[in-house]
Every structure is written in structure tokens, then in C-alpha cells.
Unconditional design. Structure first.
Length: 140
């Protein structure tokens, strides 16, 4: 649904720019707008379990004054999961293996994927580990 909405909005913007007429439309949750034969509705069925994401710079380039990698703390249903760079290449200044959080709102849990065995010569993860994070997980 979100992909279709994105395609429609991008198409509308492209058509307006091509025709020399451009406008910005902002709609709120529950509102809709009709352009020609197309109706765009702002509808979020996941309200209540929608994750909140807070980003923070994990690796900062002090010379170029820019963030090279952002870690993300994802919160939903009273639980948190952190996506961060687990294996950083300082020479190339890039993240070779970022952890990943998958949210399962119906079960009120996250699954965090990390690299248990990283090959520094091939720059690949040889063995992943998945950890359940829920409201019953032990706290540090």
C-alpha cells in the first residue's frame, strides 16, 4: 500500500513539474485529496504499534564533519532494539556488517540479527545469530 502511494505521489509531482505547474500537498492522517481520477488517502493501519526510530551518529568523520554511519534505536510496544555497525572498516570508513532489527508487532517482539562469526579477509559474515527481544527479555 505504501509503495503504491509513493508511486502515485511521485507520478503526480513529475506530471506537475513537466506541465510547468507544481504544487505541494500535505495531508494528515484520515484526510484524502483527489487529483483527476486519482484519490490519495492518508491511512495508517498500524497506528499504536508503529515503531519510533531515533538515530544517532555512531561513526563521525571529524575532518569532513559528517556522519559516516548512524545507529538506530527502534522502539515499539515498550521494547527497544538497536541497529548499529558491528564490524567497522576504519581504513575504508564503512560498515561491513550492520546489525538488523525486525519488528513483529503482533507478537510484541523484535528479532535482532548480529554476526557471530565475521571473516575480516573476505569481509563477510560467516555465521549470523538471531536474538528475540521482548518484554520478557532480561535487562542489562
Amino acid at each position: 500500500m505504501k509503495n503504491i502511494l509513493g508511486v502515485i505521489v511521485v507520478s503526480l509531482i513529475f506530471c506537475m513539474v513537466e506541465s510547468g505547474w507544481a504544487a505541494e500537498m500535505r495531508i494528515r492522517l484520515g484526510e484524502s485529496v483527489r487529483v483527476g481520477d486519482t484519490t490519495v488517502m492518508c491511512d495508517d493501519r498500524s497506528v499504536g504499534n508503529a515503531p519510533v526510530i531515533i538515530s544517532d551518529c555512531q561513526y563521525w568523520d571529524k575532518y569532513d564533519k559528517r556522519c559516516l554511519f548512524e545507529k538506530r534505536t527502534v522502539s515499539a510496544g515498550g521494547i527497544e532494539c538497536v541497529e548499529e555497525c558491528q564490524h567497522w572498516d576504519a581504513y575504508e570508513k564503512n560498515c561491513e556488517y550492520p546489525t538488523k532489527c525486525t519488528n513483529y508487532p503482533d507478537q510484541n517482539l523484535f528479532v535482532r540479527t548480529t554476526c557471530e562469526l565475521f571473516d575480516p579477509y573476505e569481509h563477510v559474515c560467516r555465521k549470523i545469530k538471531e536474538t528475540r527481544i521482548n518484554d520478557k527479555s532480561p535487562r542489562n
